[in-house]
Design a protein around this ligand. Structure first.
Ligand code: ADP
Ligand code: MG
Length: 622
């Protein structure tokens, strides 16, 4: 079995040449990028030292996209043009979104396109794929500035429970952002890698990952260098956001409010989220707001009430947990540890419920925000060919069954869920009418018996079957799932060798032509991207200069008189004020001034150091 994941063909590094590869956790709420540096996986910070990037993009009127903290702040005042939770929309259809309780209330102007979701913003219509690409682009840039070179590729994590369309869409987003995807890796698997490699853990572990918008659970066995996923399950529309939404609804009920303007909804929702987070540490909190019509509200909620109104959401996570354990054929007492991942697992009643269910205290020693990105970075490092000494083996599984539509709208499973990746299976089918010369192949994903209850992935037609009596043709359909969990299907009539093959391009998502067009468009924006990159570099340079000056002040400030000291401090402050928003040229200019202002200080320090070095030495010793 070709299961050993070392380097991809053609990616073997020359000795000592470190190839820059990163792991990216593209989260619903927060995204992170990590890399292995000097043998250690670390999350890479932005110019302000922050490792998380809110997965929020605000579109401006001149086509610019503001990504991260500023966009998050703007969400309250500009909800329609500020897209968050794109991950809840990616790879899904318009009717999925309308049917989903959690996405229906999002404050966006949805387009009418059924195949691809479009969000109308002031910068034009944006698909969730483009929004995700905007986030990935920022992370790519951050990594390139911080690692000092171009990336050979990235491992991008996806919820284990993402279906083929959601995976394909994520890969498309990476392509739009100019990232080479080394692998799509399941988030809980990434977390287990980080945990397992860190703790040299052995045995059967459960990963419980409750993020902002998705819930995943995986059962894995870890043993020396082998990570084997036994089963995975989850709910791709359940997460911390649902707790916010429940609290928001409670708040409306308490204040006898109904259908508020969009802007008030956005405000209350963000206050609900803040309240939820504070209830992790505080026993009660008060939500205060002034609505657009001037109404003021102030509602206090205690921990007990919050737990009570959201307990059903936690109960909803335990169903997939039980299913995964059944699929993996393990009992609670077989589980050696429960690894907690995702910001929402910080909530006390989530930890309590998990502890009660498994009969043990869950493991919270790794930072639940960073662990996925760190594991992805470790995997990226291996795939880029940097790690030849200590190899490890990863056996992941497909989350959902893959099959075909057969006569009567029934599904025939070809690859059952939790099959180890990569995998290939063939199954023979036959014609159902005399003289039938073509066969429509409808590929579906899901666990249900009826095609209408499964997700339609793709349709294609095998033509040129020689006319025969019904049931005489032998059509072998082969399903192949690669290490990213992506499917391709081929069909071949056995007696004549007539063949048809497709790479499953899901029924939902962008086609190649659309992606090519977007890539062309993004080249038009390349000037803006280059400016942003130059800015990021200028910030890093300016910061290292400021660090050097501050260090020098800490050591030798006594060399300066008050005026000189004040002048340097003023120049430092001046640079600081430019870091957040100014263009690269302005940052460089102020840094230049700082550098000039410190010239004579540098000279004095040099003299002092020379004197120190010379003290007590004879000329001959120098
Ligand atoms: P994702 O993987 O979906 O991006 P994260 O793992 O970053 O999500 O988790 C985000 C979720 O965690 C949000 O719903 C956020 O409100 C929640 N969260 C973060 N910190 C806390 C906290 N201290 N208490 C409760 N919930 C928290
Ligand atoms: Mg996550």
């Amino acid at each position: 079995m070709a299961l050993l994941q070392i380097a991809e063909p053609g990616l073997t590094a020359a000795p000592h040449q470190h190839r820059l590869a990163v792991g990216i956790d593209l989260g619903t709420t927060n995204s992170l990028v990590a890399a292995v540096r000097s043998g250690m996986a670390v999350c890479l910070p932005d110019a302000f030292g922050r490792v998380t990037l809110p997965s929020v993009v605000r579109y401006g009127s001149n086509g610019d996209a503001d990504v991260g903290f500023d966009a998050l702040k703007a969400q309250k005042i500009d909800p329609a043009n500020t897209i968050s939770s794109a991950k809840r929309l990616i790879g899904r259809s318009l009717s999925d979104i309308h049917a989903d309780e959690n996405t229906r209330f999002l404050p966006y102007r949805f387009g009418e396109n059924e195949r691809v979701i479009e969000l109308h913003t002031r910068a034009g219509s944006k698909t969730p794929i483009e929004v995700s690409a905007d986030i990935l682009r920022v992370l790519k840039q951050r990594a390139e500035v911080s690692l000092g070179g171009e990336l050979v590729g990235a491992v991008i994590t996806v919820p284990a429970y993402f279906d083929d369309a959601q995976r394909q869409a994520t890969k498309d987003a990476a392509r739009l952002a100019g990232l080479n995807v080394l692998r799509l890796l399941n988030e809980p698997t990434a977390a287990a890698i980080a945990y397992g490699l860190d703790n040299r853990a052995e045995g059967t572990f459960a990963v419980y990952d409750l993020g902002g918008g998705t819930f995943d659970v995986s059962i894995l066995t870890l043993s020396r260098g082998l990570f084997e996923v036994k089963a995975t399950n989850g709910n791709s529309a359940l997460g911390g956001d649902d707790f916010d939404h429940r609290l928001f609804c409670w708040l409306l009920e308490q204040n006898h409010l109904s259908s508020l303007p969009e802007i008030d909804n956005a405000l209350l929702l963000s206050l609900a989220r803040a309240a939820k987070e504070s209830l992790t540490t505080d026993n009660s909190t008060t939500i205060q707001a002034t609505l657009s019509d001037g109404t003021s509200i102030a509602t206090t909620i205690d921990c007990g009430t919050f737990h009570q109104i959201t307990q059903h959401l936690i109960a909803k996570t335990l169903e997939p947990v039980k299913q995964a354990m059944r699929d993996a054929n393990v009992r609670k007492q077989d589980i050696k540890g429960v690894i907690m991942v995702g910001g929402a697992t910080r909530m006390r009643h989530v930890q309590q419920a998990v502890a009660t269910f498994f009969g043990q205290t869950p493991l919270t020693n790794l930072n639940p925000d960073e662990v996925v990105a760190l594991g992805a970075a470790m995997q990226a490092n291996v795939l880029a060919g940097n790690k030849n000494d200590e190899e490890w083996l990863l056996l992941d599984v497909t989350p959902l069954s893959l099959g075909l539509e057969t006569y009567g709208g029934l599904t025939e499973k070809v690859i059952p869920r939790n099959s180890t990746l990569p995998t290939a299976r063939a199954q023979d089918f036959t014609t159902f009418k005399d003289g039938q010369t073509a066969m429509m192949i409808h590929v579906v994903q899901g666990e249900r018996e009826l095609v209408s209850d499964c997700r339609s992935l793709a349709r294609f037609t095998l033509r040129g079957i020689p006319p025969m009596v019904a049931g005489a043709a032998r059509i072998r359909v082969t399903f192949q799932v690669d290490a990213d969990g992506l499917l391709s299907v081929s069909a071949r009539e056995q007696t004549t060798g007539v063949q048809a093959q497709i790479e499953v391009k899901p029924s939902y998502g962008l086609d190649d032509a659309a992606i090519t067009q977007m890539l062309k468009d993004s080249i038009a924006h390349a000037a803006g991207d280059a400016a942003e990159r130059a800015r990021a570099e200028a910030v890093v340079e300016a910061q290292s200069l400021m660090d050097a000056v501050n260090n020098a002040l800490a050591l030798d400030a006594d060399l300066l008189n008050d005026d000189e000291h004040a002048a340097i401090q003023a120049a430092l402050n001046h640079v600081q004020t430019k870091l957040a928003n100014a263009e690269a040229a302005v940052i460089r200019e102020t840094a230049q001034i700082l550098s000039k202002t410190t010239d004579s200080f540098a000279e004095k320090r040099m003299n002092r150091n020379i004197q120190r070095a010379l003290q007590g030495k004879k000329l001959a010793e120098i």
